[in-house]
Design a protein around this ligand. Structure first.
Ligand SMILES: [Fe+2]
Length: 289
């Protein structure tokens, strides 16, 4: 197994590893180390079925089962389909997942550790792959914050609300219906520290993202609003950013605690995209609520 850094702030390619086979313990350790160092990993030229994708992903933690939608793999609910393909009048996957900056599951008591995506069909235009994902490093964003702000925010917490991102997607024209009362009850807002010690690197990261945070609990509303606006702008400075572009057969894996991401919406309805996804919870690092 060979790890080659992208030379940018995030990103590395992992060659010489067949993810359809069981992962050895030392390989798992090496991959966790690489996730800490590079945040975003590409495994080129993979051939996986849904079961193999779930088995690989489950080595990193408990897999989330997304109850909110119908695009689960038959018999393997941990695997979800992300796609804009419509067959016999019915969408086969969630079409607009993750369009807008966020980190997955920050609205959840047990936050996400990692995402594993398998790129089966990738839209192409003029030889260029579309539907990539942009990332930003929250290790670097924390590091650069003014010392005074690091001190002030050290013991503060942010309230994260699932509905914020959901509604922002609807405002951008997504066809998803408003959350029902029952859905809202299963996803009440939760608080997490503004800064987390990253479970792999031990370094502090800014655990904020424009997608879900609605307020800083310890500040008056006006100040909270100003501070969040500052953090959202700060964390997206170009120097923290890295863009991943697909080649079909890639497995893309990233860790969600030290990065935030944005699914690039640069392809049309008839430029087909088909991705299988698993979401790994951070239960092995932060306990399972
Ligand atoms: Fe996401």
């Amino acid at each position: 197994m060979k790890v080659t850094g992208s030379g940018q702030i995030l990103g590395a390619a992992i060659d010489g590893l067949d993810l359809s086979r069981p992962l050895a313990d030392d390989e798992l350790d090496a991959l966790i180390g690489a996730l800490g160092r590079y945040g975003v990993l590409r495994f080129p030229r993979q051939r996986l079925d849904a079961r193999q994708l779930a088995d690989f992903s489950a080595r990193f933690g408990k897999l989330e089962i997304n109850v909110a939608n119908a695009y689960q793999e038959p018999g393997i609910p941990e695997v979800m389909t992300l796609s804009n393909i419509v067959e016999n009048g019915r969408p086969i996957g969630l079409a607009d997942a993750g369009q807008g900056w966020h980190t997955d599951m920050s609205y959840s008591r047990t936050i996400a550790f990692a995402n594993v995506l398998y790129g089966i069909e990738i839209p192409m235009r003029g030889g260029k792959a579309l539907g990539g994902t942009e990332f930003a490093s929250m290790h670097a964003a924390y590091e650069d914050l003014p010392e005074e702000m690091k001190r002030d925010l050290e013991d503060m917490t942010i309230l994260h609300d699932f509905e914020k991102f959901w509604e922002s997607m609807r405002e951008k024209g997504s066809k998803r219906p408003p959350l029902t009362e029952a859905q809202r009850k299963t996803k009440p807002p939760v608080s997490h520290p503004v800064f987390l010690a990253h479970p792999i690197t031990g370094l502090k990261v800014l655990y904020a993202n424009p997608g879900y945070p609605v307020r800083i609990n310890e500040l008056p509303p006006k100040e909270s609003e100003k501070m969040l606006a500052y953090l959202f702008e700060h964390q997206l400075r170009p120097k923290y950013r890295y863009a991943f572009h697909w080649t079909p057969g890639d497995v893309l894996m990233w860790e969600d605690i030290g990065t935030i991401h944005n699914a690039i919406a640069d392809y049309g309805q008839h430029e087909h995209r088909l991705i299988k996804r698993c979401q790994v919870m951070a239960d092995r690092f932060f306990g399972d609520a």
